[in-house]
Design a protein around this ligand. Structure first.
Ligand code: PLP
Length: 456
């Protein structure tokens, strides 16, 4: 077989891709007929495809390239580590320098007494760890009947059987036997779509109180944990009403339920602080991390757990782990990535400079006839597309059609935005500049105009 390169003709790359490569979350037959867009290079916030287009990546890959593309320091950290110790495991009383340093750095950054890290290779694996971790915790505490984990419809926690079950994506549950038993879903705090005539504040409280109802129905002594993203990402960047999280925190405190904050998207500066839990004033017992931990340069995830949980788990043997838990190259890259975020003041700059600028520009899109609301926290935002801003009505066309059309117009205008149903979402690299924000908004507006013209 001849090995194709980034300089090979697009048609040849696409044909080979269609013949052998099965893509995640893609209608592969559709893709084969259209041909995949082949991304060949990237620098800062910009991708280059095999036809030479320069594309502004307003999604930071999959919400992960926080420091932007092309940071040589990260490549150097990987190369150094590969030469020194390319692999060793952390099972059976062994460790290595990158893993112990990264765990200590994460303990320094994480809020409260979250001081201990169990490594995985992805957010999905980390949430699978959490599932077993919280159940084992209660078992070791002498309360083995505490097994149920409460999560939310339209939450996203990963794609493995465990994490996909924790998630509340009905399309995923319909395939492959999910959810597994012992997981209970409650409704999401999605005021725009589900709030009816309620004020956002009342709706936020009502949705949080569903947690209390569920705990009482299931039995307080049977509930192990509640898991949620501080701000739902894959569900459509759903920023909860301000009343929501304080009420959730009150309820988990009252019933002694462990709180798992899934920080896979919200973590590492995306909301303008190191963790979404700090922005939303949440006190989790466990945080799931991945994505921005290495800015996507290496596959790595993990669970940061409290002193109390670590004490209980460390008193037994936790029969769990992945061959690549704490992979030395991934840890070395993540550590260097955290150094860049920290020393270059990227998180602070997001909070004080670029996110306020982006917010102003992003919210200006609500004057567009298709845009009902613009919600944004830090560097994650969404636009609700609607035919009627007053009633917040959905389109008559099948849900997602207008979102899809808009996303396609964005692609055509060399802007990567994603659609979740009829919500358009952004999550750009944290290093995006003011000029690039202007370009993002100009291209988004043009794409909205074109989509509007197309559906009229
Ligand atoms: N948790 C959240 C909040 C996510 O957004 C994702 C991925 O998008 C995951 C978990 C799963 O992470 P991964 O795709 O690395 O398995």
């Amino acid at each position: 077989m001849n090995i194709l390169t980034a300089n090979s003709p697009t048609a040849e790359l696409q044909a080979r891709d269609a013949a052998h490569h099965m893509h995640p979350f893609t209608t592969n037959a559709d893709l084969a007929s259209k041909g995949a867009r082949v991304i060949t290079r990237a620098e800062g916030c910009w991708l280059t495809d095999s036809d030479g287009h320069r594309i502004l990546d307003a999604m930071a890959g999959l919400w992960c390239v926080n420091v932007g593309y092309g940071r040589k320091e990260l490549a150097d950290a990987a190369a150094r580590q590969m030469q020194e110790l390319p692999y060793y495991n952390t099972f059976f009383q062994t460790t290595h320098v990158p893993a112990l340093n990264l765990a200590a750095k994460l303990a320094e950054l994480a809020p409260g007494d979250l001081n201990h890290v169990f490594f995985a290779c992805s957010g999905s694996e980390a949430n699978d760890t959490n599932l077993r971790l919280v159940r084992t915790y209660w078992q070791e505490k002498g309360q083995p009947e505490r097994q149920v984990i409460i999560s939310r419809w339209n939450g996203y926690h990963g794609s493995s059987v465990g994490s996909g079950s924790l998630g509340g994506m009905k399309g995923m549950h319909a395939q492959g036997g999910m959810p597994i038993p012992g997981i209970h879903h409650i409704d999401q705090p999605h005021w725009w779509a589900e709030g009816g005539d309620m004020t956002p504040e009342d709706f936020g409280l009502a949705r949080a109180q569903e947690l209390e109802k569920a705990i009482l129905e299931i039995g307080q002594d049977k509930v192990a944990a509640f898991i949620a993203e501080p701000i739902q990402g894959a569900g459509g960047v759903i920023v909860p009403p301000e009343t929501y999280w304080p009420e959730i925190q009150r309820i988990v405190d009252k019933y002694g339920i462990l709180l798992i904050a899934d920080e896979v998207i919200c973590g590492f500066g995306r909301t303008g602080k190191w963790f979404g839990s700090q922005t939303l004033d949440i006190r989790p017992d466990i945080m799931t991390i991945a994505k921005g931990l290495s800015s996507g340069y290496q596959p790595i995830g993990g669970s940061i757990v409290s002193d109390e949980i670590a004490k209980v788990i460390d008193a037994t043997e936790f029969n769990h782990g992945y061959t690549y838990s704490g992979h030395p190259v991934a840890c070395a890259v993540a550590l260097e990535n955290l150094r860049i975020l920290d020393e270059e003041g990227i998180v602070t700059r997001v909070r004080t400079e670029t996110a306020p600028y982006l917010k102003e520009k992003f919210e200006s899109l609500t004057d567009h006839p298709l845009v009902g609301e613009a919600k944004i926290v830090g560097m994650m935002g969404s636009l609700a597309l609607t035919p009627n801003k007053e009633t917040r009505a959905p389109f008559q066309a099948e849900a997602g059609t207008v979102g899809y059309i808009t996303r396609e117009r964005c692609f055509a205008n060399n802007l990567i935005m994603r659609h979740v149903g009829d919500r358009m979402i952004i999550s750009p690299p944290l290093v995006i500049s003011r000029d690039e924000i202007d370009t993002l908004i100009d291209r988004a507006r043009l794409s909205l105009d074109e989509a509007h013209a197309q559906i009229e």
